[in-house]
Write a protein that binds this ligand. Structure first.
Ligand code: M6R
Length: 625
């Protein structure tokens, strides 16, 4: 939540910061702003800040109004905001500038003790300009620099302030008297250093600077970093030296750009075959499933007698599918819980419990806290994550990376499919270790997984079909999604996509629950999506859902039916029929989800929401609880 960028180097920092913010905008777009520091021709140091509410385009307009030529400086910090404290207004936009106009601060996270700090500043006679928690850090830094034992010492002042902040935060500090450096810190929220030649970068993630360097350094928890043009220095909050983890970024700029599609989301939907293929790669050799065995041994896997899945949003829906697969293949109970609820009750966990923590970003605060709680109870945590080096895998016992590549669209698409695949890999590894499936059965399931990328390619061709159906549907105030068995999580995921992209009411139900209440919602013309199980799977499921379709049609619903090729039984009951290739039932969600992604995007556009990458009120990484 909130994107942060920083630059110290020899180039015009304004342009670099705007470009970097463009790549960070998926993390929040309530406002954007940049502060520049430098030295003018008379040797006088200056600090200039420009910020505006709304998307980055608004900031660019403001820069044009002010005149880009006036915003010089070779050091910059920038921010794109997802509002937590204070409404999205110009005043609440970052950077915040101190009372003496010397310090600028950008921040991601929450300063939990901001209220007493604010009161302290007000008692000193400082008038705060915004409602944010961030602004307190700005004035505290100016006070520390101006007076007392840290006077004139930027580093000591920054450390003094950082040690007073509570909560989870990434902050970047600049000071007009030190135009050649940025001091930054992280606690529980992300910050990566980009190491260039004669220039250094900071970003909430590597997309901020991938265009300029592939050399990056990951900071540890509670680390401070001081960057100058030629160097970076990492410290602990007490000022002692600390070490980062240097790594080479293995994606390129193209992966973070739209590649000819009109939105990241559309690009990412089309990248799903590759996301599945790349996630499977390297996990099956010589007839055996390979997990992250460096940290989770065969005897660990064998010892687990229950699994807990914790995740949020789409990741949670992928976790529901983990439950179906693991219980079926491994015959041990799997419980699943939204991560935000998990630690507030008292789940029964012990050292024989495997906790599967699923997160695309690896930053989701609720999931991270669930991981911490699980570990404190002695459970082993396996993270399924798409972001190398992020906090959730760092704090987990083992990790299985999904290789979906960067997902920029706020609505999860390719990461969801990759999560389902990763969850199935975990299920197969458990079945193998516990001997609940014979090797040839595991090989057969693996072979079906390997067919999925090709089948997803076929489903991508349904885009046009879905487009026609959307135009025929016209304006829809609400929509229901029904599924049975593994189709139920697909129904939930389809409804979530529609809510977040089109802002219309949508709900997913287990079709069997219909008659227990939701059927009262059915009225003439109501569009209902029905995910039909394979007729070759559990027979009763197919015939039962066919009955459900008839029940809702009898009450006026218009049915949009997703069904396997060759399933002729559903034809008479579908107002619109979208075909997906035949596949074993457990694999069907990997195909049936795809038309629902198109449907949500198309309806969103019909509703006039052109920017499907950045739905209102949302952010890609939810780093606050
Ligand atoms: O990064 P994570 O996978 O932990 O994120 C979890 C959810 O916030 C995420 O899946 C969210 O629900 C998506 N916007 C759904 O499209």
């Amino acid at each position: 939540m909130c994107g942060i960028v920083g630059y110290v180097g020899g180039r015009q920092a304004l342009d670099l910061a705007v470009d970097a913010l463009r790549r960070m905008e998926y993390r929040g777009y309530d406002s954007a702003g940049i502060a520049l520091v430098g030295t003018d021709e008379n040797g006088e140091s200056f600090l200039k800040a420009v910020k505006r509410t709304g998307k980055l385009a608004n900031l660019e307009d403001k820069i044009a109004e002010v005149g880009a030529e006036t915003l010089t400086g070779s050091t910059a910090i920038g921010h794109t905001r997802w509002a937590t404290h204070g409404r999205p207004t110009d005043e609440n936009a970052h950077p915040h500038v101190s009372f003496d106009n010397k310090v600028a601060v950008v921040h991601n996270g929450i300063i939990e003790n901001f209220a007493p700090l604010r009161a302290e500043l007000e008692a000193e006679g400082i008038t705060l300009q915004s409602d944010t928690d961030t602004e307190v850090a700005t004035h505290l830094l100016a006070l520390a620099y101006n007076d007392g034992d840290t006077a004139g010492d930027f580093r000591a002042s920054a450390l003094k302030v950082l040690n007073r902040l509570e909560g989870a935060f990434t902050v970047l500090f600049t000071h007009a008297d030190h135009p050649d450096q940025i001091i930054a810190a992280r606690r529980s929220t992300p910050l990566i250093v980009g190491v260039g030649e004669g220039e250094m970068f900071l970003g909430s993630d590597v997309a901020a600077f991938i265009e300029h360097t592939k050399n990056a350094v990951e900071l540890g928890q509670d680390n401070v970093v001081i960057i100058t043009r030629d160097d970076y220095e990492i410290l602990n909050f007490d000022g002692t030296a600390a070490e980062g983890r240097p790594f080479t970024i293995d994606w390129d700029l193209e992966a973070a750009e739209k590649g000819g599609f009109d939105s990241f989301m559309m690009k990412e939907i089309h990248e799903q075959p590759a996301a599945v293929r790349d996630t499977l790669a390297g996990h099956f050799e010589d007839g055996r499933v390979i997990l992250d065995e460096s940290n989770l041994s065969q005897s660990d896997l064998k010892s687990f007698n229950q699994v807990f899945v914790v995740a949020c949003g789409s990741a949670y829906h992928s976790g529901l599918l983990a439950k179906y697969a693991i219980e079926h293949w491994v015959r041990i109970p799997v419980q699943i819980e939204v991560a935000s609820e998990f630690r507030y009750r008292d789940p029964v966990l012990d050292e024989r419990t495997l906790v599967l923590a699923i997160s695309q970003s690896g930053e989701t605060a609720d999931t991270l806290e669930a991981v911490r709680h699980a570990k404190s109870q002695g459970a082993k945590v396996l993270a399924v994550c798409n972001t190398n080096g992020s906090q959730i895998p760092r704090e987990s016992d083992a990790v299985l990376y999904t290789h979906a590549g960067p997902e920029i669209g706020v609505a999860s698409t390719k990461a969801f499919l990759a999560q389902v695949v990763a969850n199935y890999i975990v299920g197969l590894a458990l079945a193998q270790a516990k001997g609940t499936k014979y090797p040839d059965e595991i090989s057969d399931i693996w072979a079906s997984l390997e067919e999925i990328p090709g089948k997803v390619e076929e489903v991508l061709a349904s885009q046009e079909e879905v487009g026609k159906l959307t135009s025929a549907l016209g304006a829809v105030p609400t929509m229901l999604f029904l599924g049975r068995g593994v189709g139920f999580p697909v129904a939930l995921e389809g409804a979530l996509k529609l809510k977040e992209l089109a802002y219309i009411h949508a709900e997913g139900f287990a079709a069997g629950e219909l008659k227990h209440g939701p059927i009262a919602l059915i009225e003439d013309g109501l569009p209902v999506v029905v995910v039909v199980p394979s007729p070759h799977g559990v027979k009763q499921l197919h015939s039962k859902i066919v009955s459900n379709i008839q029940e809702i049609r009898a009450r006026g619903a218009k049915t949009i039916v997703i069904a396997e090729e060759g399933d002729t039984a559903v034809e008479p009951y579908a107002n619109w029929l979208i075909r997906i290739p035949a596949t074993p039932s457990i694999m069907q969600p990997l195909l049936a989800t795809v038309p629902l992604q198109f449907l949500a995007a198309d309806i969103a556009r019909e509703c006039g929401n052109e920017d499907i990458d950045k739905p209102r009120n949302l952010a890609k990484s939810v780093t606050v609880e």
